[in-house]
Ligand binder design. Structure first.
Ligand SMILES: Cc1cc2nc3c(=O)[nH]c(=O)nc-3n(C[C@H](O)[C@H](O)[C@H](O)COP(=O)(O)O)c2cc1C
Length: 177
C-alpha cells in the first residue's frame, strides 16, 4: 500500500478478528515500525513488547475487558518512562509514545491487519495489571495496548471534520485555495 493509501485506510477496529495467526516475522515488522519512530532528543523512551503467547494474550484481553480483543492473535504493548536531558526541557515520553503508536498503526494497516490504540481505557489499574502480566519494571508505565489481528469484517471509520475546518493556508482560518 502507498503511504497515501495507508493514511486513508488506517482506522480503529473494535470487532472480532479472524483466527489467522500473526507470524513472528510479521510481529517483528510491526515492532520495528514502532521502534524506528522519532523521539525527543533521541532518548528513545519507549519499550515495545510483542505478544504471541496465547496465555498472555488472553490475560491482557481479559484485563481490557472487551470480547473483541479476546480474538486478537497478537498484541503489542508499548511502555514508557519519563526521560529528559539536563537543560533540554521536560520529558517528551508521551510524545515519543504517540510517534511510536502511529508508526505501529500504519504498519499494522500495511499488513492488512487491524487494531485500536487502547490508551484512555487502561490509564488506571488495568494498565498496572497489564504491566504485571508482562513483567514490566516499576519505573515504566503501560502507555498503549494494541490487540492485533485480521479483521473479520469491513468497517467504516468515523467521519473526520472537513479539511477546511482544520487546515489553513498561510494563516489561521485562511482558506486553503
Ligand atoms: C491518545 C489516544 C488514546 C486512545 N484511547 C483509546 C481507548 O482507550 N480505547 C479505544 O477504543 N480507542 C482509543 N483511541 C482511538 C480513538 O478513539 C480513535 O482514534 C478515534 O475515535 C478516531 O477514529 P479512527 O482511529 O478510526 O480514525 C485512542 C486514540 C488516541 C490517539
Amino acid at each position: 500500500m502507498s503511504l497515501k493509501e495507508l493514511l486513508k485506510n488506517r482506522k480503529s477496529y473494535r470487532h472480532n478478528f479472524t483466527d489467522r495467526k500473526i507470524t513472528k516475522d510479521e510481529l517483528q515488522y510491526l515492532m520495528e515500525a514502532a521502534y524506528l519512530a522519532p523521539s525527543g532528543c533521541n532518548l528513545q523512551s519507549s519499550r515495545v513488547i510483542g505478544v504471541l503467547d496465547q496465555d498472555k494474550l488472553d490475560k491482557l484481553a481479559e484485563i481490557f475487558g472487551f470480547a473483541w480483543a479476546k480474538t486478537a492473535t497478537a498484541a503489542i504493548v508499548i511502555v514508557t518512562k519519563p526521560m529528559a536531558l539536563e537543560g533540554k526541557g521536560p520529558s517528551r515520553h508521551k510524545e515519543d509514545f504517540g510517534a511510536a503508536a502511529q508508526n505501529l498503526w500504519l504498519a499494522i494497516t500495511d499488513l492488512g491487519l487491524a487494531t485500536t490504540w487502547i490508551q484512555g481505557q487502561i490509564e488506571n489499574e488495568k494498565g498496572e495489571q497489564m504491566a504485571e502480566v508482562l513483567k514490566v519494571p516499576g519505573d515504566y508505565k503501560v502507555s498503549g495496548y494494541f490487540p492485533i489481528g485480521e479483521p473479520s469484517r469491513e468497517t467504516v471509520g468515523p467521519k473526520k471534520m472537513p479539511f477546511e475546518v482544520r487546515c489553513f493556508l498561510d494563516e489561521f482560518g485562511a482558506e486553503f485555495k
